[in-house]
Design a protein around this ligand. Structure first.
Ligand code: ADP
Length: 601
């Protein structure tokens, strides 16, 4: 129920539509209450000999009264039905508009919140499940709110019918209500028993969607390992489980519907029998019996609607639990209460005694301290898994340090506005990730207000312009998902162009050439040299040959900075840097020898 109250706030921006819709609902209910009356007048005063009320004879006249009443009843019935239908059409338009608007608002709120969550949050969640929550379960809010008019209408109808019924014949009204306790307890029982089952079913449906999502994003690996059938099997298994669970829910829903129908059926039969007996005993006119029975019939419609809607809410509540669960999760990378700015940003970066561990891990980074002066190029080297990527991830606050401080221009990054901080940092990642849009728009992602000329200039600086203009559609070439339809080296050059356009004082290069052949590597390194000029740069390098321009080197091992200094000084020592250097030197010599053997052969 709490979810229902929370969801009501979504109606606030649309209060005018809500008021209008509610007026239509009331009108609709009133008209519905009026529909049996022409029929009663027809039977009582036109077809039988009951004396008509004075206002009726005054209105229709004494002459040919019965015929006139017959036509008047028919015309009134048509008028009521016509009005009823017109109101139905307007109501349907207003309702659909309102429903779709709420749906859009809530889903976009969920999506916006998911965008605000930290990488640590996303590391622990499957994207497929998030998509399911945003796209499918998010729709439950509008579904729930849209059941309210029918709930209110049914309640008005129920009260209205009961009032009319009680004034007409209270004992028949009482008999018709005998089944209400059964409906109440059946609905309550259904709601409590089904809650967990529905939640589980939705989780399984989310699982099935996650399998599709993961397979689509891993398509290259699947094709490379020829595992299409395996993935298909995984999907069939997941879909089968969710189907079985859904069937379990549907069977129970049908059984519940059977109980409701049986109860109202028994209620109707009781009222008919009691009404029939009263008519036979001459205590009720045929016209009164018809109208009483028709009202009793109409009492059951809203009763059934209320029972069904309440049981249907269980499905929506299960979805709302997931949706509000997402909204209630606070982003763990929090915006400071009073964000500070560094303007202009010179790019001095300092780590002071920084510790960090991923959830469930210990000591990913331990007591890391160093300073990078503005414009300094700092290379970070060390074995795989040492913590290099984690270390640089703390600068743009992809994660927050557990202990110690990361400072930009002397200000703790936690005190800077998130947008401001990230505006000062460009990141070029190991895997060149691009969007499925044109090359131009991909580069523009670095600075949204950049002109076409600035985009082309950035591409030139990144050594990308020449290959782009050779493409049939040049800068307007549409890329596939994640930038497919371009080679790794080409994609990376577009990422470098994006960083050129962003033009921020701090630059992070996370092994941007590690998956690229050595010929393309030199073209990219050349553009990166230009990009690094005047910027505080952190570059993680697997191959020590690529850190030729580094002013300062941090050697990281098992989460600690074990050495730092200039290339020559570190080489002169006997530490890890020297070992890595010697190892790579030997490997390079072996490769050169192998190449020579091949060329001699
Ligand atoms: P490097 O860049 O030096 O290869 P990383 O910084 O990527 O190393 O990783 C350091 C350690 O943290 C590794 O042991 C790795 O398994 C772990 N790690 C990296 N990313 C995550 C993550 N998202 N969640 C949990 N552990 C992680």
């Amino acid at each position: 129920m709490n979810y229902l109250w929370r969801s009501l706030s979504l109606l606030r921006p649309y209060w005018r539509s809500v008021v209008f819709m509610m007026s239509l609902v009331v009108l609709d209910s009133v008209l519905s209450l009026l529909t049996p009356w022409p029929f009663k007048f027809l039977i009582d005063y036109s077809l039988t000999d009951a004396p008509p009320p004075a206002w009726l004879t005054a209105w229709l006249g004494e002459e040919n009264f019965r015929w006139r009443l017959l036509y008047a009843c028919a015309a009134t019935e048509v008028a009521i039905i016509f009005l009823y239908q017109i109101i139905g059409v307007v109501e349907s338009y207003v309702t659909s508009r309102l429903e779709l608007s709420i749906d859009r608002d809530f889903r976009s709120r969920l999506f916006g919140h998911a965008m605000d969550m930290s990488l640590a949050y996303h590391d622990h969640r499957r994207s497929g499940m998030l998509i399911y929550i945003i796209n499918t379960q998010g729709g439950a809010v509008a579904d729930l709110l849209m059941t309210l008019p029918s709930m209110i209408q049914s309640t008005i109808m129920l009260i209205g019918m009961l009032v009319v019924l009680c004034t007409m014949h209270w004992s028949l009204a009482a008999i018709s209500l005998v089944v209400v306790p059964t409906l109440f307890f059946a609905s309550k029982w259904y709601a409590t028993r089904m809650r967990n089952r529905i939640r589980k079913t939705k989780e399984l449906e989310g699982d099935a969607l996650s399998v599709i999502h993961e397979a689509m994003s891993m398509m290259r690996v699947i094709v490379a390992f020829c595992r299409q059938k395996l993935e298909h099997r995984r999907y069939i298994d997941a879909a089968q489980k969710s189907m079985d669970a859904r069937i379990g829910v549907t069977v129970r829903q049908t059984l519940f519907s059977l109980v409701i129908h049986m109860s109202t059926g028994i209620g109707r039969a009781l009222a008919w029998t009691a009404g029939g007996l009263l008519a036979l005993a001459g205590k009720l006119s045929v016209g009164d019996l018809t109208i009483v029975l028709s009202y009793i019939d109409k009492v059951y419609d809203p009763l059934e609607t209320i029972a069904y809607t309440y049981s249907g809410w269980q499905d929506q509540f299960a979805s709302l639990r997931a949706s509000y669960g997402l909204l209630d999760t606070k982003p763990d990378i929090a915006e400071p209460a009073q964000p500070r700015q560094v303007e202009p940003c010179h790019g001095k970066v300092e780590f002071r005694g920084v510790d960090f561990a991923y959830e469930g891990r210990i000591g990913t980074l331990k007591d890391v301290s160093f300073t990078a002066q503005p414009g300094q190029v700092t290379a970070i080297v060390g074995p795989t898994g040492a913590g290099k990527t984690t270390l640089i991830s703390l600068i743009p606050r992809f994660y927050d340090a557990a202990q110690g401080e990361v400072l930009v221009d002397g200000v703790n990054v936690k005190d800077l506005g998130l947008d401001d901080l990230r505006r000062h940092i460009s990141v070029v990642l190991q895997e060149p990730l691009l969007f499925s849009m044109s090359i131009r728009d991909n580069i523009r992602y670095g600075r949204l207000d950049a002109t076409d000329a600035e985009i082309e200039e950035a591409a030139r600086q990144a050594n990308a312009h020449d290959f782009i203009i050779r493409l049939p559609q040049g800068y307007d070439t549409q890329l596939g998902e994640r930038g497919s339809r371009l080679s790794g080296g080409e994609r990376q050059r577009i990422c470098v162009a994006r960083a050129f356009l962003k033009d921020s004082p701090i630059l992070i290069l996370d092994e941007p050439t590690s998956s690229i052949d050595s010929k393309t590597e030199s073209v990219i390194l050349d553009s990166l040299d230009r990009l690094m000029e005047g910027r505080t740069t952190f570059m993680i390098a697997h191959r020590l040959s690529t850190i030729r321009r580094a002013d300062w080197i941090l050697v990281v091992d098992q989460g600690r900075v074990v050495e730092q200094g200039r290339h020559d000084d570190l080489l002169a020592g006997d530490g890890l840097y020297r070992q890595l250097h010697d190892l790579q030197h030997k490997l390079a010599e072996r490769k050169a020898a192998a190449r020579k053997i091949w060329s001699d052969a």
